[in-house]
Design a protein around this ligand. Sequence first.
Ligand code: SAM
Ligand code: SF4
Length: 435
Amino acid sequence: MNFADTELVLGILKQQGYSLTKEIDEADVILLNTCSIRDNAEQKIYARLVHLKGIKRNHPGTVIGILGCMAERLRKNLIEEEKIVDLVVGPDEYRRLPEFIDSAFAGGKGISVKLSRTETYDDIIPYREEGLNAWISVMRGCDKFCTYCVVPFTRGRERSRLLESIVSEIKCLSAKGFKEVTLLGQNVNSYLDGNRDFADLLAACSSIDPQMRIRFTTSHPQDLSDKLLYTIAEHPNLCNSIHLPVQSGSNRILELMNRTYSVEHYLTIIDKARKIIPGISFSTDIIAGFPTETEEDHKMTLDVMKKVRYDGAFMFKYSPRQGTKAFSMTDDVPEEIKAKRLNDIIELQQSVSYELNQTLTGTEEIILVEGLSKKSEDFLFGRTGTNKIVIFPRSNNLSAGDYVKVKINRSTSATLFGDFVELVNPANQDIARTA
Ligand code: SAM
Ligand code: SF4
């Protein structure tokens, strides 16, 4: 999401005549787009600011700004405590950035962190480097107020972009040769433009260019509708993977988190999705060590992971965030227990991912080639519709953007390896499904 917001900010600044430099010493303006979701994300930014002090010392005229969630959360403190920061601009105020940069050049300091109920930046064309994959925010903010989460406070209330503006953005991307878009929102399932819901949006996006894969993230289990599942099943270029954060396997903890679903309901959705979309894969987010979490609650989390068998997971230790409801609960799970539980969760996930990947040996997968493997120029890499990375020997007649069939011959928990079978004509194949 921050990637997408950075492209938006670049779009706004480009219109004013700014351009990008890859050399930090050449920059007149340095903007850090920040995340507040966990404390360690914020600590990284403080470390960056220490590094930028040297740059400001050598080039005192350089404007330094903090954008995004930390700007929203820490506001005046950032300007007062971090002397090198000239401007602090929250996620709904990016249109005003040029104005703030001008005043910073004139020696002023500025803060603009008002949250909006309507800003969606619908008319701003994000600046994107040439590429194959694009991120598109289809909605902003979140109304869910999970008790541990700072997002509703830093990014404001939920609002959706107009369906037509998203469709026209994808048309432009398709004309430029992009092959994959990921529709983004904190809870894409509550997308609503008039009476058009997220399933309608997906259907509209999928029909723009049948050669383009469409992904989306994140889905909240409470709002995942049958209509959405049938829509994915019907459209061959909608990727058959859903990121469906469970957070915990204990109903007591889910209630304390205000997640508004039970484990039983969650498992029913998984079963239903697997019936409607054969071969669908799931990934998830899990928090270890939420306040009052017992060993028994933790075992329930491991249990739900064993039942669902996720292809992948983002796994975190609980991090208390000021201003959230959970912040007033005692953070009573000791650090070493949190670390041990997180470790159990990671180990289990790695072994499940490994086992699932082994079952793919001998199968043929359709891959979108993305480029040379990072480890060796003798290999190419791409992704399956379920978002698994596949590495296979390079062949001169293949290039980034091609769809190819690859026969899998081995795998680790994170990567599949295989041999090239044939080039695929995306018009005749389910490019987001297994071959
Ligand atoms: N909106 C998405 C959802 O609810 O599924 C996720 C958004 S959040 C940016 C990504 C993940 O960060 C969450 O799913 C949660 O697992 C994790 N997270 C959020 N707040 C956290 C906190 N205070 N401590 C640890 N992890 C947290
Ligand atoms: Fe945070 Fe919950 Fe909203 Fe996700 S749904 S962004 S975890 S409040």
